[in-house]
Every structure is written in C-alpha cells, then in structure tokens.
Design a binder for this molecule. Structure first.
Ligand code: ZN
Length: 374
C-alpha cells in the first residue's frame, strides 16, 4: 500500500497535473489469494467479468496475487492507473493507450515509499514472473512483432493477453520518451473518454508528417527492447529532412554508450557502399575493463555476436502503413571491408554490440568511414 501511495504523485507528475486534482482520489484495493473463497462470499460484484490478472471498476480494484511480490505490485499499480484515468479523464482511451499507459506507470524500481515508477526492470531477477520481455522475444523469434499501426488498432479483450499488454506498453514508452512525441501523448490522456478511432486520428494528426519517422523508430526499438533498456541513450536521430547521400566520403564516430547512431544521410536505392572502421573502445566490466576493436571480443558474446562488435543496418525510409507486422532489421557485423548494396532509400545506422543496461560506463569510439564501393 505504501508503494501505491508513493506512486500516485509520480503518476500526476507524469501527466503534468497538479496533485490538487486528486484531493478526493481514493482507491479500495483487494489482493486476492483465493479467488474461489472470494467469489463464495460475493465480494466481487456480478457486473465484474471473470478477470485473469486484475480488474478496476471505478475506484475499486481487484488483483490476483502472483508468484512474485514484484508482479503483484505491478498489477496493483496497473489497475490503480486505470482508476486514476477514470477519475481524472473519465476514461482511459482505446486499448493500446489504456493498457500501455497502465503498464508504463506500473513498471517500477524499488518498493514502498522509495518506489520509482516508469522504470524498466534492470534484470529478470528484479521482476520474477512478470514475463513481458519473454513474450516479446518469442514474438521477435517468430517474426510476429506487430507494426505500430497494428498496436494502435488493438481491440478490447478481457483475456489479459500478455503480448497485447507488452506491445501497447512499448508504444507508450516510445511516445512518452521521445521529447517530440511526449506532448501529444500526454495531451491524448485528456481525451480518455474517447475509445474509438478518433482518439488515434487526433494523435496521428499531431505527430503529422513525422509518422514515418516514428514507424522507423518503432522497428528499431522493437529489435532492442529488453531488461535495462534506457530510452535516454536509445533515441535514434532520424529526420525526414536528412539529405540524400551524394556519394562523397563520410566519416562518423560511433560511441559505445549510445544505441543506434545514424550517419545523418539517406542512402539512395541502387547505391553500393563500402564501410570500414578502426579505433578502440572500453567496455567496463568486472573484474577488469575489456577493450575492443571493431570486430569485437571474440570470446565474449551477446545475442550470438562478439561483444564490442561494430554493427550496422539499413533502415528503410518508407514503411507500409498496411503491414500488420514489422520486417525484422537485418543486422550486420563489420568485416575488414564490408560492402553493401542498398535496395531502397534507407538510413544507415551503427551501434556497438553490448547488453542493454551495461552501456553507461563504456568509453571511447570507433571511427567509421563510408565510401562509394568500386
Ligand atoms: Zn489493464
């Protein structure tokens, strides 16, 4: 309960609202350990559907106790966010916004008075049984990652489908983390009463011509989201105004403490480019710092590739708004002289292979050269 009380003012701050708006906000919460007994004693109104995890009806919430304290607390906060949305906005918007923002404001570090909401768990051990990333990586492995438009079109369902919750959460994280989308996202909450397509149309109208950029960033984020992911250093600098590459030599410093880094131009269809790299970085680690060069440290692996390896990918400028799933990014590791043929107008992105959440103390950079291939 102390966690809940400490979360409420943080939720208000997230929505840019003054705490005076919640002077009369009170939630009655029940954590249920034995649902059969609970039902026998008719403690849940008959109007409440059979719920798999939790349910909020106005200012009353019920949560089924889970196998970990973290997950039970997460569900309690999740339902509390719904209650707050009903209280403040008379509704919580369409499915993706309702469930995604509840997930967003329920993920946390710590507990009790020290709880910090809107924090991605640092490790699986920090969030036992919560399972969001497990479900997302299953989708990634099966090439079933939904497009951003699919997520925005999710229909209400009461089965508590973890995939629906996870991707909705990812969409809300992205929209609230990039400073250019955040105002539109926060303002959208005020339209919580609207649960139909008008809600999305207004949001899309606000983001406007930036929508293809958002869709491209979605594709990148879905590839990398995991425990310890930090939106502060995973924002990808992309612009519709990035010039088309004129074929002249480009150089780029790629840093190991940042996510995907664009070379700043759009590579035209039909271009053939050659990429080479040099330099040394330090990936701080126990018991001693590891130094790496562009091919990476071949006796330490992350996601099946050498730690510290310079990686690159082509991110197409265009995306098909009708597609229900995203095409997985094709990630390449640098070789002595990597040659690539560019099939469609694309950004060229680089990053250094390392675990999410372990990048902050990395130092140095690789110097990357991009040339027209002969
Ligand atoms: Zn919910």
């Amino acid at each position: 309960m102390a966690s809940f009380d400490a979360a409420v003012p943080q939720w208000m701050q997230f929505w840019d609202l003054d705490t005076s708006a919640i002077a009369d906000f009170k939630v009655k919460a029940c954590v249920i350990r034995n649902k059969a007994k609970f039902n026998q004693r008719s403690l849940i109104p008959a109007t409440v559907p059979n719920f798999p995890f939790g349910y909020a009806l106005g200012s009353q919430v019920w949560v089924l106790a889970q196998q970990s304290e973290y997950y039970t607390r997460h569900l309690l906060l999740h339902e509390g966010v719904h209650s707050l949305a009903y209280h403040l906005f008379n509704g919580a918007g369409p499915t993706w916004f309702q469930e995604g923002s509840a997930e967003l404001l329920a993920t946390h570090h710590g507990s009790g008075a020290n709880i910090k909401i809107n924090r991605i768990p640092q490790s699986r051990e920090d969030a036992p049984y919560w399972g969001r990333f497990k479900r997302m990586s299953q989708a990634t492995n099966n090439k079933e990652v939904p497009s951003i438009n699919t997520v925005l079109g999710y229909q209400p369902n009461l089965t508590g489908d973890v995939a629906t919750y996870s991707w909705s959460w990812a969409a809300c994280m992205m929209l609230s983390s990039y400073p250019e989308y955040r105002p539109a996202f926060v303002t959208a909450a005020q339209r919580g009463k609207e649960t139909g397509p008008i809600f999305n149309r207004e949001l899309q109208a606000t983001v406007g011509k930036q929508w293809p950029i958002l869709a491209a960033r979605w594709r990148v984020a879905c590839h990398d989201l995991n425990y310890g992911f930090d939106w502060n250093n995973e924002q990808v600098k992309l612009s519709a105004k990035d010039p088309v590459w004129n074929g002249s030599n480009l150089t780029l410093q790629v840093r190991p403490d940042q996510g995907w880094q664009s070379c700043g131009v759009r590579i035209p269809r039909g271009a053939k480019i050659s990429i080479s790299a040099e330099g040394e970085i330090t990936l701080a680690d126990q018991p001693k710092p590891w130094t790496s060069q562009p091919p990476g440290i071949t006796f330490r692996y992350h996601r099946g590739r050498p730690l510290g390896q310079l990686q690159f990918c082509l991110l197409p400028n265009a995306n098909d708004p009708q597609a229900t799933r995203i095409e997985p990014l094709e990630i390449h590791g640098i070789e002595n002289q990597s040659i690539i043929n560019v099939a469609e107008y694309s950004w060229l992105l680089f990053r250094i292979n390392d675990e999410c959440g372990k990048m902050n103390d990395n130092r140095g950079s690789y110097q990357v050269s991009i040339q027209r291939a002969r």
